[in-house]
Ligand binder design. Structure first.
Ligand code: PLP
Length: 392
């Protein structure tokens, strides 16, 4: 019984067979080294804007330290349901169609657990955020990856989705702008995907976490397309656009019965998101627009610099439409993604994430985050240029 092997045998099969996150392994190595320039981090380098932090302090000063309603603070749900139609062209009722969650992370978990029966298939696109496939597996679903391709600017080809649909498909997960590629979906693609969802009676979970960090035209959420409002869960949060990763607050909007099903799990597991984080969320939605735009402008400049410099260094890199990542191709170096990232770290002390951390279709690429200062970006680019030239 004290033998750790016997405990391993007691871990649920679907958990013990889950792989460790490739990012975690890689960053344990990075953290053991000094003077590393990191393009590996998937969160804003900005501190949360002061007015939001001040609202947090003020909430504490007023003694707001209690639980909130399970659905979340009514004021925050109202602000969410005022904001979402402005940005995404789709309307929700704060009383019955919106739930405040512990980040998009919890919203994803709730959605999968509320909707998936064992063995049902969930289509998602790959390369993608590291949690999708494991979260689907943990909800006893079957993850079905559809690759996105560099030649399509890492957008999703609706025909590939259609080909992946089987009678057993229940859900389609979308995340555009995308982590790790920066790819986006245009209006035409959203329309085609909406038609596929309607024709095949799919529920769509759209993870809009990077939606404000779009550098071209912003399109409505897929939830706004014909026939989609009542078959879509729109998940969003404050982590990226408002630089609030540590607050752990997000939300889900959707038809009442889906939100209610998510709520059932949330009330017994999380109970509610932190009240001070929720009050900070209210401030972000009421007065956070200008700070958000300033951060987006800075990301846009960094995106332009990093894309140009990677191409100059000989790594083909499309200019991404959104988020704060670029996904250069490294196949010309003759190295695999893992080898490239490892050698770059060991020889030049620059951290990038191997594309394979985001699924097998990330082979041949690495993810570089530009959520770091221009100075660090330029330093990393000097080192990458040397590294690539030395390899050649
Ligand atoms: N979805 C995507 C695509 C992400 O990249 C991340 C974080 O990196 C999350 C969700 C998690 O968001 P949150 O901090 O709101 O839990």
């Amino acid at each position: 019984m004290n033998d750790s092997k016997s405990h391993r045998n007691r871990i649920a099969d679907h958990i013990s067979s889950l792989p460790r996150s490739g990012i975690r392994d890689f960053f344990e190595l990075v953290n053991s080294m000094d003077d590393v320039v990191s393009l590996g981090i998937g969160e804003p380098d900005f501190v949360t804007p002061w007015r939001i932090r001040e609202a947090t302090v003020y909430a504490l000063e007023r003694g707001h330290t209690s639980y909130t309603s399970n659905l979340g603070l009514r004021t925050l749900r109202e602000e969410v349901c005022r904001y979402v139609p402005k940005r995404f062209n789709v309307q929700y009722d704060p009383e019955t169609e919106c739930i405040i969650t512990v980040g998009v992370s919890e919203a994803l978990d709730l959605a999968f657990r509320a909707l998936i029966n064992p063995g049902e298939e969930v289509i998602y696109h790959e390369p993608c955020y590291v949690s999708y496939a494991p979260s689907i597996t943990m909800a006893h679903g079957v993850p079905v990856a559809v690759p996105t391709k560099e030649e399509n600017d890492f957008s999703l080809d609706p025909a590939d989705v259609e080909a992946a649909v089987t009678p057993n498909t229940k859900l389609l997960v979308l995340n555009f702008p995308n982590n790790p590629t920066g790819g986006d979906l245009d209006d035409e693609k959203k329309k085609a995907l909406a038609e596929i969802a309607v024709a095949n009676d799919l529920i769509v979970i759209t993870d809009e976490i990077y939606s404000e960090l779009t550098y071209g035209a912003q399109t409505p959420s897929i939830a706004a397309y014909q026939g989609m409002r009542d078959r879509t869960l729109l998940l969003h949060g404050f982590s990226k656009a408002h630089a609030m990763t540590g607050y752990r607050v997000g939300y889900a909007c959707g038809p009442n019965d889906l939100v209610e099903a998510m709520m059932k799990i949330h009330q017994y597991t999380m109970l509610c998101a932190s009240i001070i984080a929720q009050e900070a969320g209210v401030e972000a939605l009421r007065h956070g627009e200008r700070d958000m735009q300033a951060m987006r402008d800075e990301y846009r400049q960094r995106r332009n610099v990093i894309t140009n410099r990677l191409n100059e260094a000989g790594l083909i890199c499309r200019k991404p439409a959104g988020a704060f990542y670029v996904f250069p191709r490294i196949t010309e170096t003759g190295l695999s993604s893992e080898e490239f990232a490892r050698q770059l770290l060991e020889k030049k002390k620059v951290a990038v994430v191997p594309g394979t951390a985001f699924g097998n279709s990330g082979e041949g690429y690495v993810r570089c985050s530009y959520a770091t200062s221009m100075e660090e970006i330029n330093e990393a680019m000097d080192r990458i240029q040397d590294f690539v030239h030395e390899l050649a």
